[in-house]
Ligand binder design. Structure first.
Ligand code: NAD
Ligand code: DAU
Length: 351
């Protein structure tokens, strides 16, 4: 069936995987990727699909309410898959305001545009909000986040995502908008911006630079292959009942320090280094303020109701990720040098 879908944040890490999946798997769908191209937005993430006939890009800011209304008026979307966000916890600690603007106000602008344009005729319309497990706060040594865990965000990032989740639910409860929300654990894979732990560590190990581990490296994250996240979004988008929430996770908990040691072993092998060489780069640094101890997602609702299961073991996925970064030196050097920002003006504009 034909559908016109707005995907926001499609030039980012997860968004680019979601765009690629939808554009490639659903030739009948018309996909409009909306992204303002912040430091995290990189159209070179999508070179393999940018010429496909069912794909278009628009550079726009979700904090601009008028622009969002105009776009909805012009395009007559059937659905929105909303990923655009400020996504990095450390940046939110340094400066929370951009997180409130994009994650809260930007989300409300999109909800208002959808509501105004769809005018209560929500049959076959859908607003899918992509969110994070960080809204649930931190776990101790045991337990897992379920869909009914109470919200308890700690960082400015997670507070802004929690707020946006509440607004999405409020538009469902108050106006009847067809919404679905998913809350996912830490993603890893290709095209991940090298400010986040795994790509930062790969880049630093490759360049013989210190690998910063916050505190004692005791914090635990639950890692999921980004393409498994994109597949979960696909399944939830198509099959979830209106108003539903799904947790997405890999059942794959790692202490940061153990993960970094595994990564160092893989890097030693791939770079033909003496075993143990890369681990010498590990550098324990001042802990993140308010650092959540442990995240772990119970995704049994998604597994049981919608038959989704993660496809990759972490060791295999991490090895594939390392290989991608080593094979895509140009992508990495363009990102670390800032050259990627020119891609839109020099090679993309006018398409
Ligand atoms: P990212 O930072 O890589 O990408 C975000 C994208 O949003 C960028 O392309 C950026 O240019 C765009 N953007 C930012 N502000 C915008 C604005 N005002 N208008 C239009 N576009 C804007 O983020 P990501 O890691 O791909 O995360 C995508 C979504 O998934 C976010 O909503 C995030 O909260 C959520 N999420 C991420 C993870 C993870 O592990 N990375 C896990 C769970 C949920
Ligand atoms: O849980 C989902 C969340 O995962 C997403 O909502 C966020 O958008 C995404 O950025 C990610 O947040 P984290 O803060 O968990 O990811 P990050 O890669 O920044 O950090 C992972 C862990 O590694 C965390 O415990 C902090 C630690 N860390 C991070 C960096 C950047 C380090 O020890 N050293 C570092 O240099």
């Amino acid at each position: 069936m034909k559908k016109k879908i707005l995907i926001t944040g499609g030039a980012g890490f997860i968004g680019s995987h979601v765009v690629r999946r939808f554009v490639s798997n659903y030739p009948d769908y018309e996909i409009l990727n909306l992204d303002v191209l912040t430091y995290a937005g990189n159209l070179a993430n999508l070179t393999d699909v940018e010429d496909l006939p069912n794909y278009r890009f628009v550079k726009a800011d979700i904090t601009d309410a008028l622009a969002m209304n105009d776009l909805f008026e012009q395009e007559n979307f059937d659905a929105v898959i909303h990923l655009a966000a400020e996504s990095h916890v450390d940046r939110s600690i340094a400066d929370p305001t951009a997180f409130v603007m994009t994650n809260v106000i930007g989300t409300v602008n999109l909800l208002n545009a959808a509501r105004a344009h769809w005018k209560g005729d929500y049959d076959k319309k859908r607003f899918y909000h992509v969110s994070t497990d960080e809204v649930y706060g931190a776990l101790g040594e045991t337990g897992m986040f379920t869909e009914t865990t109470a919200y308890d965000p700690h960082s400015p990032y997670s507070a802004s995502k929690a707020s946006s989740d509440h607004f999405v639910r409020a538009y469902h409860d108050t106006y009847g908008l067809d919404v679905v929300i998913s809350n996912c654990s830490n993603n890893y894979g290709s095209h991940h911006f090298p400010e986040k732990l795994i790509p930062l560590a790969i880049n630093n190990i490759k360049n013989n630079l210190p690998v910063p581990v916050y505190g004692k490296g005791e914090n635990v994250r639950d890692w999921l292959w980004v393409e498994d996240h994109a597949r979960a979004i696909d399944v939830i988008f198509h099959e979830a009942a209106t108003g539903e929430t799904y947790n997405i996770g890999g059942h794959n908990e790692w202490k940061n320090i153990d993960l970094i040691h595994l990564l160092c072993d893989i890097m030693d092998r791939k770079l033909n280094r003496t075993p143990g060489d890369s681990a010498k780069l590990i550098s324990f640094v001042t802990d993140r303020a308010g650092h959540d101890l442990r995240y772990a997602i119970d995704s049994s609702k998604l597994q049981n109701k919608l038959n989704w299961v993660p496809s990759l073991q972490f060791e295999e996925g991490l090895e594939k990720t390392v290989e991608w970064y080593l094979e895509n030196e140009e992508w990495l050097s363009n990102v670390t040098s800032g050259n990627y920002k020119a891609y839109y003006e020099t090679q993309y504009q006018g398409r």
